[in-house]
Design a protein around this ligand. Structure first.
Ligand SMILES: Cc1ncc(COP(=O)(O)O)c(C=O)c1O
Length: 547
């Protein structure tokens, strides 16, 4: 599949890292088709070979330390992005476009810590200021530091719509604060999110995660169901469904407090949207009395200094920050927006209205504020967003060429420095519906999604063994450090991995049964035996059909 990119509308200003806009309809259609196709991945014997010749032999240090970590840390790692197959890798050095592991292996780093490092990892100027600040006042005092003002002003300079900014400890917390502001302001309770979108892991936002239409049925264990009684999810890129919910909420359910979106589409653009989607969604939110929240945790200072709101020329009521806002340093979060709304965070202190409470001992510490401030200034000086975006275009175009060369069904596209490489369709299901009955479909396809996910992780493992770190095998963040040579080198490595890929022709029910046997082996004997029986049944049916 080749994505048609439309030239950007004339109103888009210069200086943004997205140079073209892919047709959402086309991409979403190709992604949907991917879920109906056979899986193309590293065959099992090749995967085993990679495990022994690369991971066991060349990554012995990582293997040993993460095995030890498993005794003290749940799953052996502290971060979701580090749960790699066949075992997590222990990194000791990050510099520019590269990571080095504990065994001295070097990788091209397209994870970029999950997005905070558009200047490239451990950018020297930011590091220098951070060290200077730590020497002077340590990382935290709990009282005001000039850096807080510097970063708030710097953000306002580039995003005039963010009239006020409060720095918080993470994107998750900032989403919580924005939702609280919206509820205080509108006196409404309901929040509409877009299916598949990620807005952190607060109780109310673990709804319709990753796969649209899955509501609280995939990831929300441990969260009381009634939390979701005021949360709705609507189909990505579907304004009609959004309006239906807004209308229904207004008429029958006490109104919507906010519509929250990821500007380039749910899960960092994994489900792309039309160029004018955001403006239209904002207009709809306002028509029905809801605030419009832009979650710019990924897009802020990545799409451009003006964020996605500058790129799309949209003026959200509230903006969520994270990742780059602390320059690649910890405690990256913040909420900003129109003064009349953001002021509610200080109501009671700075005014008479009811306060939307938020806090955080380490929020807006001088280190994070200074690192963020310096990083934003450096991004401006170096034109980092445009350079990272150009690297993303180059990488994507190269991947599309390789997909054609190897005759694979994969889908590659990008929004500037956010590059998507969907291989197995694991991330591409969509069960969005107003009816609860579709949940039956979710239950039916759940294991198949997991089979595709494991195949995707095997691709991730093969990339890593060939010197490329990706985000879960399906997303790649480029940074300013990705020169033409880095991209060229990466593409040669992708060429090698794609060359190993084979189509899996085995019937899906057999694959599902094997996946379950693997999952329950030594964990749940009853379920293991059930899966074993299913496999035997599928094999018998196959043998009969082949007679
Ligand atoms: C769009 C979006 N919103 C919110 C978050 C949560 O941010 P944090 O991980 O800082 O809590 C993320 C994290 O990846 C994100 O991508």
């Amino acid at each position: 599949m080749k994505v048609t990119y439309k030239p950007l509308p004339e109103k888009v200003q210069q200086g943004y890292g997205i140079s073209r806009w892919g047709s959402a309809k086309e991409i979403n259609q190709s992604l949907k088709e991917l879920t109906d196709k056979n899986i193309y991945s590293i065959p099992e014997d090749k995967y085993k070979e990679i495990c022994s010749t690369y991971y066991d032999e060349k990554c012995a240090g990582s293997k040993e330390i993460t095995a030890e970590a498993k005794k003290f840390i749940p799953g052996g790692v502290q971060h979701n992005l580090a749960f790699n197959k066949p075992f997590p890798m222990c990194m000791v050095k990050a510099e520019g476009a590269y990571l080095t592991d504990i065994d001295g292996n070097q990788y091209i780093d397209f994870l970029q810590a999950g997005g905070p490092t558009i200047l490239g990892s451990n950018y020297p100027d930011v590091q220098e200021e951070a060290i200077k600040l730590i020497k002077e006042c340590g990382p935290v005092t709990g009282l005001f530091h000039e850096a807080e003002l510097l970063i708030a002003k710097e953000i306002n300079k580039h995003m005039p719509n963010v009239e006020m900014f409060r720095m918080l400890g993470s994107g998750t917390e900032s989403v919580m604060a924005a939702i609280r502001i919206a509820r205080c302001q509108t006196k409404n309770k309901r929040i509409i999110k877009i299916g598949g979108a990620y807005h952190g892991w607060s109780d109310q936002m673990v709804y319709g995660l990753k796969v649209p239409g899955t509501r609280q049925f995939l990831e929300s264990h441990g969260i009381p169901n009634n939390i979701f009684s005021v949360i709705d999810e609507v189909r990505p890129n579907d304004l009609n469904m959004l309006e239906d919910y807004l209308k229904y909420n207004k008429r029958m359910r006490g109104g919507t407090a906010a519509v929250i979106v990821e500007p380039v589409g749910p899960e960092s653009g994994t489900r792309p949207v039309d160029f004018d989607y955001n403006q239209k969604a904002l207009e709809l939110a306002h028509k029905y009395g809801a605030l419009f929240i832009f979650d710019e945790v990924v897009t802020g200072f990545r799409v451009g200094l003006g964020g996605a709101q500058g790129f799309f020329n949209v003026k959200p009521d509230l903006t969520i920050f994270g990742k780059i806002v602390a320059g690649g340093y910890p405690a990256a979060g913040g909420v900003g927006g129109k003064k009349e709304y953001v002021s509610l965070l200080a109501a009671g202190v700075a005014g008479g209205a009811k306060k939307a409470y938020c806090g955080g001992t380490l929020a807006a510490n001088p280190l994070s504020a200074m690192a963020g401030y310096v990083a934003i200034k450096k991004i401006a000086e170096t034109n980092a967003c445009v350079k990272a975006g150009a690297a993303g275009d180059k990488l994507t175009d190269g991947l599309v060429r390789l997909i054609e060369k190897h005759n694979l069904p994969y889908v590659a596209y990008n929004q500037g420095s956010i590059v998507h490489l969907e291989c197995t369709g694991a991330m591409s299901y969509d069960f969005s519906s107003k009816s609860l009955l579709t949940l039956l479909k979710v239950l039916k396809k759940q294991d198949m999604i997991m089979v595709r996910k494991v195949a995707m992780e095997h691709m991730g493992a093969a990339y890593m063994a060939n010197g490329i770190v990706t985000l879960a095998g399906s997303r790649l963040y480029t940074s300013m450090a990705d020169t033409d040579d880095v991209i060229e080198d990466a593409l040669n490595r992708f060429d090698t991995v794609f060359g190993m890929v084979e189509e899996r022709t085995e019937a899906m029910d057999k694959q599902v049964a094997k996946y379950k046997m693997n999952k329950y082996n030594g964990v749940n004997d009853k379920k293991y035996k059930k899966a074993e029986k299913k496999l035997a049944k599928a094999e018998a049916a196959e043998a009969k059909a082949n007679k």
